[in-house]
Ligand binder design. Structure first.
Ligand code: SAM
Length: 237
């Protein structure tokens, strides 16, 4: 396996980035990341009283779009394997008092979530650090965790198809982001990896193919001219 997809490598990367991740994420998507989070969670339509699993939760960046106000019967299970991200997620949980949030510090490929727990599974920006084989295993896990008729929505930053947009966006990711990474973090190398992963990821077309199984009904989705892409779907059997 390429080193950049080794869980240890990814875990360390996010441990190192945790301090500046939110700011950098916002900047590297020109402020779009928040809009994309809201949109991809809206795609799945979360109803009151449901159990939602947020995979690769980071420090809980998607929670404000998942947790419905005053919905005391709902439950959110949030999973990530980075010690530092989880540490920050615990702090963010304290801010959402009254909501039932269970945080799991686990590898998604070896998680303790029981079969058929979730009405909804979401995952924001956690796809690009997986190779094809790992995405196949992610599909297995999402199928296992979801109840029948349960729905899911996944998104990640992507290389847009439009040539001008692509040139501009990749230049920004590969050259400007590492400079900003140095300013915020003293580590341009860490943030260079965002460009490396995004370029390798391309877009979610391969995720769509990998999830194209008889047990799922799925749909491919582009956000802002393909600068982010994802899939949404339903477990039908
Ligand atoms: C780009 S961040 C996304 C965080 C958040 N969901 C968001 O919307 O910004 C990706 C997260 O996935 C986590 N991650 C990557 N591979 C994982 C794995 N195999 N198991 C659990 N978490 C993983 C990383 O630790 C990191 O916090």
């Amino acid at each position: 396996m390429k080193e950049i997809y080794e869980p240890k490598f990814v875990e360390k990367l996010f441990d190192n980035m945790s301090n500046s991740y939110s700011r950098m994420n916002y900047i590297s998507s020109f402020g779009f990341s928040e809009r994309w989070r809201r949109l991809f969670v809206e795609e799945v339509g979360i109803e009151k009283g449901k159990t939602v699993v947020d995979l690769m939760t980071g420090m809980g960046e998607c929670w404000k779009y998942i947790v419905l106000k005053g919905d005391t019967n709902a439950k959110l299970i949030a999973l990530d394997f980075s010690t530092e991200m989880i540490h920050r997620a615990e702090k963010n949980k304290a801010k959402l008092e009254g909501s039932k949030i269970e945080i799991l510090k686990e590898n998604v490929f070896n998680n303790s979530i029981p079969n058929e727990t979730a009405d909804v599974v979401v995952s924001g920006f956690g796809l690009k650090t997986f190779n094809h084989e790992q995405l196949g295993e992610l599909a297995n896990q999402i199928h296992r965790i979801l109840k029948t008729n349960g729905r899911f929505s996944l998104i990640d930053v992507s290389v847009p198809k439009n040539k001008i947009l692509k040139l501009f966006y990749m230049f920004y990711l590969k050259n400007i982001i590492p400079i900003l990474g140095r300013v915020f973090l003293g580590s341009p190398e860490t943030y260079k990896m965002l460009g490396v992963y995004t370029e390798e990821f391309g877009d979610a077309q391969h995720v769509y193919r990998i999830f194209s199984r008889p047990e799922f009904e799925i749909e491919y989705i582009e956000y802002f001219y393909g600068c982010a892409t994802g899939i949404k779907g339903k477990k039908i059997k």
